[in-house]
Design a binder for this molecule. Structure first.
Ligand code: CMC
Length: 422
């Protein structure tokens, strides 16, 4: 049986055979056979936008692998910075490489004092943290104009280090500003996640020590969020990067795409949904509204996973460890009941809807003391190495600018009437 597909243009009787390579077919022969006929796929549901060696997701089998390594093993064995190194370089670091990488990141964590003195001060007091992050990541572009030289791999790597290093500083600074407490500068003596927790929660000059269980759980959440193939935000970052914009602007675009409730904003939406449902006995009523198409069960469903999101399973286990330290999140019982009811209901079973990464993550973040507005920002910190690995890979491949076609459905040519006749 040939590993190929054949397409025939019934208007002309001409045919073309296209080989199936790595599970895909090249669009070149299609467009040569059918000039001016576009493949219509507005949500990219069946379109591959990249040849990528970073992450493999199989939605039917329910697995996720970074550079070939199963997410379960990475979650068990590796810190977030090890995983970031893996995503960026393709291999896990040895001891010396990890030490060097941690030092590089720690030394790049400071942000220019204008962020604290001027830029952050310009936002409204109730500014949402995600909007602040999108803006401040974009502002980094103006502090590092050399980042525009995207052809030089060494220069690209410098910006990658800066971005991974500065995301927690920008995030914690946005939070500190929103609550009106003095900014805490990064401490190079602390590890990545501990340093972030210190910048977030250290009360002034008083010493701060993160609870090891909570520090580990947050680091694990960063690992689980670190990449997910060609998702909406990664694609947004790649599209912007394909115009050869600098990486700060590309990552800012990725953060913006992440913010929506269908994507990374879902973790915030789940918490708001649980608070709105209000009590255990209202769950059935809410599920009825979802099935009637009046509501959406946030934290459920995925374009790719039609089995179970492997990240959700790991997060659910981590939640129990966190609650042993913080006490049980009062919303947990409602979330568990929602999951139980939904998994037994034909509406969800038929559509293959399961809890995704965002269903339980918000409960953990909230129990750790993060305000709801910070949830998507935490997702962004975790996803930054993934965005950058894809951006770097795309430039390494010397790809063309992203420029989809459209199916035009507007009016045919017509004459502009004089204003008196409109
Ligand atoms: N609640 C109720 N019905 C749903 C849901 C949901 N959460 N998700 C999908 N459906 C239904 C949808 O109405 C449709 O039904 P029908 O065939 O009768 O019209 C069917 O399931 C297929 O859904 P779809 O909208 O075509 O699926 P999609 O692949 O376009 O959307 C999604 C994927 C994640 C945007 C969607 O499932 C959703 O909105 N989920 C809630 C938001 C959420 O949790 N997002 C986080 C995703 S995981 C983390 C990340 O990637 O950021």
């Amino acid at each position: 049986m040939p590993e190929s597909v054949s397409i025939t243009d019934n208007r002309t009787g001409k045919s073309t055979e296209i080989p199936i390579t790595d599970g895909g077919v090249d669009s070149g022969p299609w467009s040569r056979l059918l000039p001016g006929i576009w493949f219509s796929d507005p949500s990219f549901g069946t379109t591959s936008g990249a040849d990528s060696a970073v992450t493999e997701v199989d939605g039917d089998k329910g697995y996720l692998r970074y550079r070939g390594y199963p997410i379960e093993q990475l979650a068990e064995e590796c810190s977030f910075l090890e995983v970031a190194y893996l995503l960026i370089t393709g291999e896990l670091p040895n001891g010396d490489q990890l030490e060097g990488w941690q030092t590089e990141i720690a030394e790049a964590a400071l942000i220019h004092e204008n962020f604290h003195k001027r830029i952050l001060e310009g936002f409204r007091d109730d500014a949402h943290a995600t909007g602040v992050l999108v803006s401040t990541v974009a502002a980094l572009s103006t502090f590092f104009p050399e980042s525009r030289d995207i052809q030089d791999p060494a220069n690209r790597r410098r910006q990658i280090v800066r971005l991974i290093a500065k995301m927690p500083t920008l995030a914690a600074s946005a939070y500190r500003r929103s609550v009106g407490t003095p900014y805490v500068l990064p401490d190079p003596e602390l590890d990545y996640t501990e340093n972030f927790l210190s910048m977030m929660f250290r009360p002034g000059e008083v010493a701060f020590e993160a609870d090891p269980v909570l520090r580990q759980a947050l680091d694990l959440l960063f690992v689980l969020h670190a990449d997910h193939g060609q998702n909406c935000s990664t694609t947004a970052g790649r599209v912007v990067g394909s115009s050869h914009a600098d990486p700060y602007l590309a990552v800012s675009a990725a953060c913006a795409a992440l913010s929506g409730p269908r994507h990374g904003g879902a973790n915030e939406a789940v918490l708001r949904m649980l608070e709105e449902i209000g009590s255990y006995d209202k769950v059935d009523e809410f599920i009825r509204a979802v099935k009637a198409g009046e509501r959406r069960l946030m934290g459920f469903g995925h374009r790719v996973y039609k089995n179970y999101d492997p990240r959700a399973r790991i997060i659910k286990e981590a939640a129990h460890r966190v609650f042993e330290v913080t006490g049980k999140n009062p919303l947990l019982d409602m979330a568990l009941k929602l999951e139980e009811v939904a998994l037994a209901d034909d509406y969800f079973v038929d559509r293959r809807l399961y809890p995704n990464v965002d269903f339980y993550s918000g409960l953990i973040y909230q129990s750790m003391g993060f305000p709801v507005e910070m949830f998507t920002v935490l997702f962004a910190i975790g996803r930054t190495p993934g965005w950058l690995a894809h951006w770097d890979e795309m430039l390494e491949q010397n790809s063309r600018i992203a420029r989809p076609r459209q199916i035009y459905i507007g009016p045919a040519e017509r004459d502009v009437p004089l204003i008196a006749h409109r």
